[in-house]
Write a protein that binds this ligand. Structure first.
Ligand code: GDP
Length: 445
């Protein structure tokens, strides 16, 4: 089962519980069965599924006391256990520092998406103000250097490689030395991949590692390879001791479960996920955000963090959000930022309430048009309306009509904006709960 279907199926299992008149043992056991089946069909390792089932059952039993809202309790427990499944509880993910040399070495099998991910990561850091260089140490595959060169040129990233030198260790060393001398802050080394795990490949990786002394080694793992991911990751872990994973091809038809199991087996955090072939299709990974998106409940926190990392206008949004608030004005600021950021279809998938999904289905041009109309709507609101939590429109519905006229849109569109803001405000208050305050997390009922 592909990941999007997995999310839908788990959601519908949880929704069934919400619909039940009485939540008794049989309803809970039906829920557990459905969630486990869905995970198994997505290739998640059977041991992990069984552990999740036991923990979920134990949490529900332990916290089920008189006065507790059982449906909410179940929603929260499902959410938390799914997060736990993709969380290896290691916070040591690479954080490169400016004005220092950070060498990043990539490992992985051929076809996993190594070269593509190298460029994506280079662009990611370049957009955040780092001086980044790419080194092609893949002398095994004919055309590897050309591919890297082409990607790098397109994205205006300086690169190093050789058509004549056949020793990958020498090329890697020379490239890193060259960029170091030129005070590059992030030097990304692409190594060669082979079709299978071959002793020679692992030996070569060890030698390159010794030559360039990476600050971080990243394994690139194809999410669509299913159960084979586990053995592959373990073999790489033993030889290169990578500290982070980039999970590629999570778009499209990847089941993802095999890779998720591999992550658990190596106890190494996923740093990024690849969600397409385009150079911007790279997203930072956080268990809560990933599960929120999987279940289609939006990732407004991720959206905010993304905006923040790009040094855009934040006004008071982050402060408000951390206090559990989200006004129409915050929404207006975020929307304005989204328009500056592109590619829109990726960003809108972070929006909650189905709107994100709907927008990501219609293409960037249409998405852009719809977002612009949302901005016109908010631009037509008064300061008082923008500063409000939106209830002012319910109290005086004529305001909706005025805004629709003023912005050249329809009443339905204004209502949709208000609904979105309301959902985000709800999410802000539940995120505050997740961060330790009262309330707690949960899927919208
Ligand atoms: P390498 O052999 O590991 O260096 O793999 P490449 O970087 O050459 O990638 C192999 C293929 O996978 C190429 O066609 C890439 O465009 C594609 N690819 C890489 N990452 C992703 C991803 O996140 N999503 C999709 N759909 N394709 C990807």
């Amino acid at each position: 089962m592909v990941l999007a279907d997995l999310g839908r199926r788990i959601n519908s299992a949880v929704a069934d519980v919400s619909k039940a008149n009485v939540v008794d043992e049989s309803v809970i056991s039906g829920l557990l069965k459905e969630i486990c089946n869905a995970l198994l069909e997505s290739d998640v390792n059977v041991k992990l599924v069984s552990r999740l089932r036991n923990k979920l059952k134990a949490t529900i039993d332990a916290q089920d006391k008189p006065g507790v809202n059982k449906k909410k309790l179940i929603q929260k427990a499902v959410f938390d256990e799914l997060c736990d499944l993709v969380d290896c509880h290691q916070s040591e993910i690479f954080k490169p520092k400016k004005k220092q040399t950070n060498v990043v070495m990539f490992v992985g099998l051929q076809g996993a998406g190594k070269t593509t991910s190298c460029t994506k990561l280079a662009v990611y850091y370049q957009r955040r103000g780092f001086k980044v260089g790419l080194v092609c140490a893949d002398t095994f595959r004919a055309g590897a250097f050309d591919q890297l060169k082409q990607n790098a040129t397109k994205s205006k990233i300086p690169y190093y490689g050789s058509y004549t030198e056949t020793d990958p260790v020498k090329v890697a060393f020379d490239g890193v030395e060259k960029f170091k001398k030129e005070k590059f802050e992030i030097i990304i080394v692409d190594t060669s991949g082979r079709h299978r795990q071959e002793a020679e490949l692992f030996e070569e990786m060890v030698q390159i590692g010794e030559a360039v002394k990476p600050n971080q080694t990243i394994m690139v793992l194809d999410a669509s390879i299913g159960q084979a991911a586990e053995a592959q990751s373990k073999a790489f872990k033993e030889s290169s001791n990578f500290g982070a994973i980039i999970l590629t091809k999570l778009d499209g038809h990847a089941k993802g479960g095999g890779a998720i199991s591999a992550v658990a087996a190596t106890e190494t955090p996923i740093a990024f996920i690849g969600t397409g072939e385009h150079v911007h299709d790279l997203e930072t990974f956080s268990p809560r955000q990933f599960i929120s998106k999987l279940l289609g409940i939006g990732d407004i926190q991720g959206l905010m963090e993304h905006v923040q990392s790009l040094d855009l206008d934040q006004k008071d949004s982050m402060k408000n959000f951390s206090e559990g608030k989200f006004t129409l004005e915050d929404f207006q600021t975020q929307m304005g930022n989204i328009m500056k950021m592109g590619p829109l279809s990726k960003l809108t998938s972070m929006l909650p309430g189905g709107l994100g999904q709907m927008m990501s289905q219609v293409g960037d041009e249409e998405t852009s048009k719809r977002l612009k109309r949302m901005i016109y709507i908010m631009d037509s609101m008064t300061k008082q309306e923008l500063k409000s939590d939106g209830k002012i429109f319910i109290e005086e519905p004529t305001r909706i009509l005025r805004v629709a006229r003023g912005s050249g849109t329809s009443v339905t569109e204004v209502e949709l904006v208000l609904m979105q803001q309301k959902m985000m405000a709800k999410m802000a208050s539940s995120t505050k709960g997740m961060m330790g305050g009262p309330g707690g997390a949960g899927m919208p009922g």
